[in-house]
Design a protein around this ligand. Structure first.
Ligand code: GLU
Length: 549
């Protein structure tokens, strides 16, 4: 009996060969240096910051090199699959503008290298496993969980490296006849790769981020096909898929680096060229004075839904990630403010070798900047689409009078240094609510009076203003009138005079403006008062002032 017989007993229905697949998925016809990258999440739940970080690198290196970026759904672990996760992944990629060139979604396949969903690639995996069995590089293993646990315990007591290697790889020594007999008896089995490595040997591994590393050869006979569903493990699917889909660069989390020796060995067993690897660092955050890994469980900012719910513009999140992807990104962006992030030349060796520090304050700054540069129409569109999903109350305000809303958000927008008070769309309502009479009238208002707190004095100022000085025809007149009122009421209209002899005055023009501002809005800090007053108009100002009792 030969390995071929064993292979036929295990896969009687597989008639294709690995060469058939080589022909079916030929080398891609792309310009020299074009990178083929992929994002390969498992549909096990939320998409995390670390995932988007990887997808962003994938996207950038593919686009910048005129290559291909594709999405592969790694759904071989059916027990961990979560409903709706695949939809969420596609949604997040689209939301951040990282739409893949090739994918399979919602019954539609785009691209010639699919299926792009692993559970639909069973026949392909089986063909490749069958080949390995035929050439003696894979075998069925019948050890059950108890046996493997016992083996591990023994290894631990003997202080031997754990795992199915060397003399511990018991089933590697079964004869073909014994193996076939067990299979025919219905014994459960997995398929293991037959390693030919020696753990004491080191080999050179070039990680594009970390440079040359010296890793131990793999000597573990890794499981490549599970017994339930006969689906492959990650290790095997990675090798077959990235080869057949002609991936040139694998960007994946640092946690896979220790498995790289296995993968390299499997590529070699098939005679395939392994792709280049970029193992990405963990994403860290600052806590007090120390750094720690962003935790999927503890930190809300680990989930991508956090950013959408709060209403950060997608490009702000992208920019904030780009700054931690490459240390020279910020400088490049400053020098090339009009270029897209995809024009940036990513270099893996400029990635941090330790963790990548993600800073929410920085995101907030980047975002304020981006929002401040939007036109009122852009901000209107963006904030309304956000409100449509996340804020019924803002949506109502906007829809009540879109033009009025646009005018409000346009205050201090069209100027050389536009106002930067909106960090995210969820900030807006809290910055503009006082511009709406029905909201204002329903609220328990707390007036933020400053230097002038005496109600009689406040009323005197407001009455005098409304009876003699209110003028909204232009900003200069408006301000001159306030100054004139200062003179009449014993306040300094000129700050210099005031500073010289404060004892000569009851206060100054800033105190007076504050009274007008607070009486109108309840806030001591607002954007330009003239613009606010102009939007109110005299009647509404009067009505607001009359509320001060
Ligand atoms: N499905 C694997 C994961 O989610 C992908 C790793 C890789 O990109 O190769 O960790």
């Amino acid at each position: 009996m030969t390995n071929k017989d064993l292979a036929n007993v295990i896969f009687p229905n597989i008639t294709k060969t690995i060469d058939d697949y080589e022909k079916e998925y030929p080398k891609r016809d792309l310009p020299d240096g074009a990178i083929v990258s992929r994002f390969a999440p498992s549909p096990t739940g939320f998409i995390h910051l670390g995932g988007l970080f990887q997808a962003l690198i994938d996207y950038t290196i593919a686009k910048e090199s005129k290559g291909v970026f594709y999405l592969r759904n790694e759904d071989t672990d059916k027990s961990r699959e979560v409903d709706g996760a695949a939809e969420l992944i596609m949604h997040v990629l689209n939301h951040y503008g990282l739409t893949p060139d090739e994918y399979e979604f919602d019954g539609k396949t785009v691209g010639n290298y699919g299926p792009y969903i692993q559970s639909e690639r069973k026949e392909i995996y089986h063909t490749f496993i069958k080949h390995l069995i035929e050439i003696g590089r894979a075998y069925p293993c019948f050890c059950d969980k108890e046996e493997l646990d016992l083996m591990r315990e023994n290894q631990e007591t003997m202080k031997i490296r754990t795992g199915y290697h060397g003399r511990f790889a018991r089933c590697s020594r079964l004869s073909i006849e014994e193996a076939i007999k067990k299979i025919k008896n219905g014994e459960k089995y997995v398929i293991r790769f037959r390693s030919n490595g020696n753990f004491d040997n080191k080999f050179e591994f070039d990680d594009l981020r970390q440079g040359k590393l010296y890793l131990n050869e793999n000597d573990i006979d890794e499981v490549i096909m599970k017994s339930e569903n006969m689906l492959p493990t990650y290790h095997f699917a990675h090798v077959v898929d990235d080869h057949l889909m002609r991936t040139t660069h694998v960007v994946r989390g640092e946690e896979w680096l220790s498995s790289a020796p296995k993968h390299i060995q499997m590529f070699e067993a098939f005679g395939f060229k392994a792709p280049k690897y970029i193992h990405t660092p963990l994403i860290m955050k600052k806590e007090g004075n120390s750094l720690r890994k962003i935790s999927k469980r503890k930190d809300p900012e680990a989930r991508m839904s956090y950013y959408e719910e709060l209403g950060y513009p997608a490009i702000a999140v992208i920019e904030s990630l780009m700054t931690i992807i490459n240390s020279n990104y910020e400088e490049w962006h400053r020098d090339n403010p009009d270029k897209k992030f995809t024009d940036f030349k990513f270099s893996a060796d400029k990635m941090s070798t330790s963790g990548a520090l993600y800073d929410l304050m920085k995101l907030e700054d980047i975002s304020k900047n981006i929002i401040s540069k939007m036109t009122k129409d852009e901000l209107y569109d963006e904030s309304l689409s956000w409100a449509n999903v996340y804020s019924e109350s803002l949506k109502k305000l906007i829809e009540k009078d879109p033009e009025y809303y646009k005018n409000i958000i346009n205050i201090e927008r069209v100027q050389e240094k536009p106002r930067k008070d909106i960090g995210k769309y969820s900030d807006i309502e809290n910055l503009i609510w006082y511009m709406y009479d029905d909201v204002f009238n329903q609220k328990e208002i707390e007036y933020e009076w400053k230097n002038i707190t005496d109600t009689d004095e406040i009323k005197r100022i407001l009455d005098t203003y409304m009876s003699k000085y209110v003028d909204l025809s232009d900003k200069e007149k408006w301000f001159n009138n306030i100054k004139m009122m200062c003179d009449e009421l014993g306040y300094a209209s000129n700050m210099k005079d005031y500073k010289k002899n404060p004892e000569n005055y009851k206060g100054n023009v800033a105190d007076i403006s504050t009274v007008l501002r607070v009486a109108l809005t309840s806030k001591s800090m607002t954007p330009d008062l003239f613009e606010i007053m102009s939007l109110f108009g005299i009647d509404r100002i009067n009505e607001r002032f009359s509320k001060i009792k």
